[in-house]
Design a protein around this ligand. Structure first.
Ligand SMILES: [Zn+2]
Length: 68
């Protein structure tokens, strides 16, 4: 159980998932900037981002520690 604190994410598990999400998002952005992606690549990258968001939301709901 972690308490919501101003701006910062208190629990390590949450911070890890946030990092995963950011990494997936950055990877997608970088690849899009670098070259034209195929439809499948784009879809796969978008899926990764979506899954990271889903995991984050699930954890936030369980912990009640979602950042505002
Ligand atoms: Zn938490």
């Amino acid at each position: 159980m972690c308490s919501p604190s101003a701006g910062a994410i208190a629990c390590p598990e949450h911070a890890r998932l946030e990092e995963e999400y950011k990494a997936a998002r950055d990877r997608m952005r970088n690849l899009i900037r670098l070259r034209k992606l195929t439809r499948m690549e784009e879809r796969q990258l978008a899926d990764e981002v979506a899954m990271a968001i889903a995991r984050l939301k699930e954890l936030a709901a369980k912990h009640g520690c979602e950042r505002r």
